[in-house]
Every structure is written in structure tokens, then in C-alpha cells.
Design a protein around this ligand. Structure first.
Ligand code: 3EB
Length: 339
């Protein structure tokens, strides 16, 4: 389905699960399966996320490399790398999460150690899936504890608020935590959204430590760029707009995408326009609507591959969150190709 071709970095694809029974070829960085009751694999590139897919035949998300990867397990983390990027993941079972703040901080420190050992110290994109993310009241809510642990780990890096990765944080019905991530040898550029207070500057009303992520991360490869757009919701300033109204939240989320893309384009005047490579739409279980997907397609374009997942959003009044991957080709490269 709608592959995008890059000769550098990595590329993103969706394949029907029915076609993905066979072993992974040498150029696969990671294959992510979404669903419940999934079988685990000894291949460190196979990742499971306990979120049901809604609508359509199930697909797997595949990240590919232009050249063969090296892969393995280290300290319980699965990884694959190609000289430019590393894709990896870690899984914690529920019994490891008794002290969620510490467990999260330790998981993030293990990731950081792996990335530095492999030589890919630059975090680009984090995906966090946490069971029962809205359980607990006030600052004991699991999302807030997760945020606190993540902050405790990332704040150890000098100047960390200028080098934060893009992120997604979504709740699963099964317990435990799965984190998967993409990092590089060389840094991307952090992009913030002019319509939104940066998440790392949220006031304490949202938790004792603000969420450590950027709204987007712009990464240049030799012949193209990727814009990794964080999970984006109906948040303007720092407040939730349209609580309880799924479709109004979608429209507001789309306005946030437009603003972020505008910001990234301003940072990247040499690049062509960004085009969407893929979107993931997360809807709180029980709040899906048949009107949603047609409206997503009308707003974002009907060609873009969309993966729809049922998952809890980290703020209780949010029903929807959308993340995206966009790409732009550098003008100078296309001119050289013509010459
Ligand atoms: C928001 O804008 C919505 O804690 O990693 C979106 C994406 C959200 C990532 C995270 C949280 C996270 O605040 C929530």
C-alpha cells in the first residue's frame, strides 16, 4: 500500500497482516503488529502493541532501510540499525510497573544507554503504550506518573528541552508498557506548534512534571526530509477544546496539523511541500463514529494510508489523537536529478 521510496534513512509502509506471515527480509528495521492476543517472536524487529485495529483488514506497520540492517537483543531491548538510524523497542510487564515513575525512568535510561552504545544518540521519535493510562486520581494517574518518570530520565541531558523527540502516548486495555523508538546518528530539529503551549511547558495542573516531548521532529536525510508529527489532539494553548465532541476534536486537531506543517515549512524553505506518508488515528474505545474516517480523508486527503486504532488518550477529556509522518524532497536534489 502506497510505499514511499527513499535512498537514505528509513521508509514507512503498511502491509496487510494476511501477507506478513513470512520471515522479515534483511532490509526491515521493524514490523509492528497492532491487535490483542498477538504471538510473540524471537526476531528483535517484531513488535506487538495491544491496540485493536478498527475498520478494514488488519495491517502491519513496516519500517524499511535502503540497505541491510544489523539486529539483535541487548539488555532486553530489541533493535535494528543501518548506519544512519536505529529502531528499537522495550516491553515491561505489569508486575514491573509497581513503581511506575521509577520503572519509566529506568526504561528510558536503558534506551538511552543502548542508543549511545550503538552510536545513535539522537532521539527522533518515541511511541509509548501504557496499560490503564487513565487509572488513578490526580497526580497518581498512571499517565502523570509515566510523564514524571520520563522527565526524570530525559532531564538528565543538558539542554534536553531543545532536543526532545516527537512522541505518542496511548493507553491499552492490557497491562504493561511497550515503548518503541527511532533514533539517529545525527540530530533532527525540534518543531513546536504556535497554536499550542509546548508540552514541556504545560502548567502543573496537568501533572507534577510536564510531558517531555516535542510537537514534531524534522529530520534531514541526504535526499529528503521526514517530519515526524507527535500525537496531536484538540489542545489549544494548554487546554482541551470540544470535550466530548469527537468530530469537533478532529477539526481542531487538523488545524493543529496545519499550524505545525506551516512551522516546519518555515524552518525548511529549501524543501518542497510536505506530503503525508501515513497517519495513525487513535480513538478512545466506545467513542468511534462512522463519520470519522470519511472526515479524516476529506481533511487530510484521500490518498494517505490511515491506520485506525482503539486506544485511550492520555487526557480524559480527549477522545481522539492523530500522529503523522510527512516527507519533503529537497529541491536541489530534484534539479540535480534533471541535469
Ligand atoms: C497533548 O497535546 C495530547 O505524553 O508523549 C500527545 C502526544 C499527548 C504525546 C506524550 C501526549 C504525549 O498534550 C497528549
Amino acid at each position: 500500500m502506497a510505499p514511499n521510496f527513499h535512498s537514505h534513512g528509513c521508509s514507512y509502509h503498511l502491509f496487510h497482516e494476511a501477507d506478513s506471515g513470512q520471515a522479515l527480509d534483511r532490509n526491515v528495521l521493524a514490523r509492528i503488529h497492532y491487535g490483542t492476543g498477538l504471538a510473540t517472536s524471537p526476531d528483535p524487529r517484531e513488535i506487538n502493541v495491544a491496540l485493536p485495529q478498527t475498520g478494514g483488514a488488519p495491517v502491519a506497520e513496516v519500517w524499511r532501510s535502503h540497505r541491510p540492517v544489523e539486529h539483535g537483543w541487548a539488555d532486553g531491548l530489541g533493535y535494528a540499525h543501518n548506519g544512519e538510524v536505529v529502531f528499537g523497542h522495550v516491553r515491561l510487564d505489569e508486575h514491573d510497573l509497581a513503581d511506575l515513575v521509577r520503572a519509566t525512568a529506568r526504561a528510558y535510561l536503558r534506551i538511552d544507554l543502548l542508543l549511545r552504545r550503538l552510536g545513535y544518540p539522537c532521539w527522533l521519535r518515541m511511541w509509548n503504550f501504557l496499560g490503564h493510562i487513565n487509572h488513578g486520581e490526580g497526580d497518581t494517574e498512571r499517565y502523570r506518573q509515566f510523564s514524571q518518570g520520563r522527565h526524570n530520565a530525559l532531564a538528565l541531558k543538558p539542554g534536553f528541552e531543545t532536543r526532545l523527540p516527537a512522541a505518542t502516548a496511548i493507553g491499552t486495555q492490557e497491562g504493561g508498557m511497550t515503548v518503541y523508538f527511532l533514533a539517529a546518528r545525527d540530530p533532527g530539529a525540534q518543531v513546536e506548534n504556535p497554536r499550542q503551549v509546548s508540552a514541556f511547558r504545560y502548567p502543573a495542573a496537568y501533572g507534577p512534571k510536564s510531558p517531555s516531548f516535542s510537537r514534531g521532529c524534522l529530520k534531514h536525510w541526504a535526499d529528503s526530509s521526514h517530519l515526524f508529527v507527535s500525537g496531536t489532539a484538540s489542545v489549544v494553548g494548554h487546554q482541551t477544546l470540544h470535550p466530548g465532541d469527537l468530530l469537533a476534536q478532529l477539526d481542531e486537531t487538523h488545524r493543529n496539523f496545519e499550524a505545525l506543517l506551516g512551522q516546519a515549512s518555515a524552518l525548511e524553505p529549501a524543501a518542497g511541500p510536505f506530503s503525508a506518508v501515513g497517519l495513525k488515528v487513535y480513538v478512545r474505545p466506545g467513542h468511534d463514529s462512522p463519520e470519522l474516517l470519511p472526515r479524516v480523508r476529506r481533511l487530510f486527503g484521500d490518498q494517505v494510508p490511515v491506520l485506525c486504532l482503539a486506544g485511550d488518550i492520555c487526557r480524559r477529556d480527549l477522545l481522539l489523537e492523530i500522529e503523522g509522518l510527512f516527507t519533503a524532497t529537497a529541491h536541489s536534489v530534484s534539479l540535480q536529478a534533471v541535469a
